[in-house]
Design a protein around this ligand. Structure first.
Ligand code: TYD
Length: 211
């Protein structure tokens, strides 16, 4: 049995990643792969409850970080690792990069603290590929403004998202093999085509091309 691949989607709120998560999962399934589609914070009953808290309660930045990593540890241990071990592909809407940029660059927590939490929450687990949806924060804010009810993050000021976006750019620059930048301003079909082309390559790298 070939091993599964771990694919994550990242970007500031409104950058347009979410609809492509399902698209990527469907594309992989159409190639005969067993795919688990999930999200963070979330993906287990406990982690979904933590998500509800994080998106609604006012809290200190460290409280927020501890909660998203608690949710992540539960999700990784109960869902992500078992799925990968079974040979499934895991397609996840957000992962630890979100914590580095939202809790780190956005809220101001130290990178070393977040690195420590990540090392404890999911030792040795890193996505095989991360699609980073890059869109200028002002444009992303216009898209979010159309949504019915904004959560705690979506209600943040532009300056917060400027810091978060800069954080993503730094990660993409530091890890060019893992992180692929997607131009969030491109039409839907072009974004989907770019992801599908890249996934084709990834299947070969991960060793599932003949699955
Ligand atoms: P998101 O995944 O964008 O869901 P929706 O499309 O329903 O708004 O929202 C989750 C929010 O949680 C998003 O604003 C970013 C935030 N978040 C963190 O701050 N840290 C994290 O580690 C994760 C996974 C998410």
């Amino acid at each position: 049995m070939s091993r599964g691949g771990f694919v994550t989607f990242e970007g500031i709120d409104g950058a347009g990643k979410s609809s492509h998560v399902a698209g990527a999962a469907a594309w992989l399934r159409a190639r005969g792969l067993d795919v688990l589609e999930t999200r963070e914070p979330g993906g287990t009953e406990l982690a979904e409850r933590i998500r509800g808290l994080v998106l609604t309660f006012e809290m200190e930045p460290l409280t927020e970080a501890l909660l998203v990593f608690a949710a992540r540890h539960d999700h990784v241990e109960r869902v992500v690792r078992p799925a990968l071990a079974r040979g499934q592909w895991v397609v996840c809407d957000r992962f630890t990069d979100s914590s580095f940029v939202y809790q780190g660059d956005g809220r101001g927590l130290a990178r070393t603290d977040l690195t420590w939490l990540a090392a404890r929450a999911h030792p040795g687990l890193l996505p095989d590929r991360t699609y980073w949806f890059d869109l200028p924060p002002a444009q992303a804010a216009e898209r979010v403004a159309d949504r019915a009810a904004a959560d705690r993050f979506e209600s943040e000021q532009l300056a917060f998202f400027e810091r978060v976006a800069a954080g993503y750019a730094r990660i993409a620059h530091a890890e060019p093999k893992r992180v692929l930048r997607i131009d969030g301003a491109l039409p839907r079909e072009r974004v989907a085509a770019a992801i599908e082309t890249d996934l084709s390559d990834l299947l070969v790298v991960v060793g599932a091309a003949d699955a």
